[in-house]
Design a protein around this ligand. Structure first.
Ligand code: UN1
Length: 509
């Protein structure tokens, strides 16, 4: 049996799979087939039949009907189900990690890392299910009690991107589930199989518990299914990961109906390397952040600011290291960089490099195609200057723009001058530079690291960014609050009716 056939079998996938599920797979009425393509070869792995509006309607109706019962289950019991989901993911870690590598193109180790991120998220949510706390406030009125509590929200729409085809679903799904929400997942059309595989895992767990309709799936075009979801009043929250342009549309559409959105949009992440940095650490961090996942993480390193004292030496080492990056089949041992997701991504990579040349940048390393089937490009280093407009855009490809600077203030100003605000880092041994980077006048990003690269965040922190990155927060810390509605409660257990702010409103009886 071939590698692909084994992976498909282990994950319960067929050659052609239905694209909508409410715990039971919905047999499609139309047959619009979506091929899942292995970006390392350009070949089809298997297919999914896309959901249409009618299928979406069935899914949202079930998610909506399931909500009232699910929200009344005690949160720790919902946590127990998420614990079982984490266990099921542990059992399927290898197969699912392989499928992520096959369908998305990231290397096997990163595919496993992605499934680990799902498992971590389930573990985190289990603990969280006993900690959906609201504070008590002291009332200004005698014998009154005030407190805040959190209620489940309803059906959550999860629209995820190709680059983290399963982990970002888990960030949302594990929290939504313990918070008492049901959900509908619309994955990227580039990665439908991993979504079907995860839905199969959810179905097994939920079947064992005699529940369905909590974890639901619709694989269909953004234009029809996605758009219907954005406009659907039965979906009070849409969590969207993707481009800033699309995110703006999601924000506007949901806001118009007073729905909420969690937005995780484009980044333009940077590292500043100070003269007192430990350069060996900086080098390794830069490599993983710029070349890892072929530059297709939201957190990928796009801009590198090198102090003039270290620029030449570090650039020489970086150039040498780029020469040793092994490019090829993501499932092969020793390969560090796989393909881009599709031909359009390859074209965007080269279009950006054309602009680099037009705008006076110098390609120091890479820049060429890779002569093999699939969607490969060379990781590229560009010597850039701040006037280059292209360095203000996020190109989802392994292009690293390198700038030189002479003062920390100058680096900080350039760092913060772009429209995006996701992830950032400084490499320094100086407490002063580190603290300045983290201060109110330092990095304006949602994630700010010292002596760690921009990518590869742990799930325990809240993940997301500022400005055109959209302001959303997902995964750890108190990100769960976005999946619930807040209620302030005041209870009078006195025999009087004192009004707040000392207002008197007494009627003569
Ligand atoms: C993304 O690229 O959308 O911090 C998510 C990271 C990963 C998540 C990235 N843990 O790089």
């Amino acid at each position: 049996m071939s590698d692909i056939a084994t992976v498909l079998r282990d994950l319960g996938l067929k050659e052609i799979n239905p694209g909508a599920c409410t715990g039971r797979w919905i047999e499609p009425t139309e047959h619009k087939v979506l091929a899942s393509v292995n970006p390392a070869t350009g070949e089809t792995i298997a297919s999914v039949i896309q959901a249409d509006k009618a299928a979406y309607e069935k899914v949202v109706a079930i998610a909506h009907e399931t909500f009232p019962a699910w929200r009344m289950m005690p949160a720790p019991q919902r946590g127990e189900i998420v614990r079982q989901l984490g266990e099921a993911l542990r059992e399927k870690k290898d197969a699912l990690g392989r499928l992520v590598a096959l369908e998305m193109g990231k290397i096997y180790s990163e595919g496993l890392g992605e499934v680990q991120e799902m498992i971590d998220m389930c573990d985190f949510a289990v603990g969280m299910s006993r900690q959906l706390y609201g504070p008590n406030m002291t009332s200004e009125r005698p014998r009154h009690r005030m407190y805040e509590q959190w209620h489940p929200l309803g059906v959550v729409g999860i629209i995820s991107a190709f680059n983290f085809p399963v982990a970002v679903w888990a960030w949302n799904a594990a929290l939504a589930a313990i918070c008492g929400d049901t959900m509908i997942w619309k994955p990227s059309s580039s990665t439908p199989l991993t979504a079907v595989a995860v839905q199969n895992i959810c179905n097994d767990v939920m079947d064992r518990n005699g529940i369905s309709g909590v974890f639901n799936l619709v694989i269909g075009p953004g234009r029809t299914v996605g758009e219907t979801m954005l406009n659907d009043k039965r979906v009070p929250l849409v969590s969207f990961t993707g481009s800033t342009n699309m995110g703006r549309h999601v924000a506007e559409t949901t806001a118009r109906r007073f729905g909420r959105s969690i937005l995780e949009l484009g980044g333009n992440n940077a590292i500043i390397v100070e003269p007192d940095a430990k350069l060996d650490l900086a080098l390794r961090a830069i490599l993983f952040a710029a070349v890892g996942t072929a530059g297709q993480r939201c957190t990928s390193l796009r801009r590198l600011f090198l102090h003039t004292d270290v620029a030449e030496g570090l650039l020489a080492k970086l150039t040498k290291a780029y020469g040793s990056i092994t490019i090829g089949d993501p499932l092969e041992d020793g390969i560090l960089m796989g393909p881009l997701v599709n031909q359009a991504a390859v074209e965007a990579h080269f279009a950006a490099l054309d602009k680099v040349k037009e705008q006076g940048g110098e390609i120091l390393v890479g820049g060429g195609p890779v002569d093999r089937p699939g969607f490969f490009v060379e990781p590229t280093i560009v010597k850039a200057h701040p006037g280059m407009e292209i360095t203000r855009d996020e190109t989802f490809a392994p292009i690293l723009y390198v700038f030189e600077y002479s003062t920390f203030d100058e680096a900080m100003a350039l760092h913060n001058s772009v429209d995006q605000g996701l992830s950032s880092a400084v490499f320094t041994s100086s407490m002063y530079s580190a603290e300045r980077f983290l201060s109110h006048e330092g990095s304006d990003c949602g994630i700010a690291n010292v002596n760690i690269g921009t990518s590869g965040a742990e799930i325990g922190g809240a993940f997301g960014g500022e400005k055109e990155t959209g302001g959303g927060r997902e995964a750890g810390s108190d990100a769960w609050k976005a999946y619930m509605r807040r209620q302030t409660c005041t209870i009078n257990w006195s025999t009087e009716l004192p009004l707040a702010q000392g207002v008197s409103f007494d009627v003569d009886e």
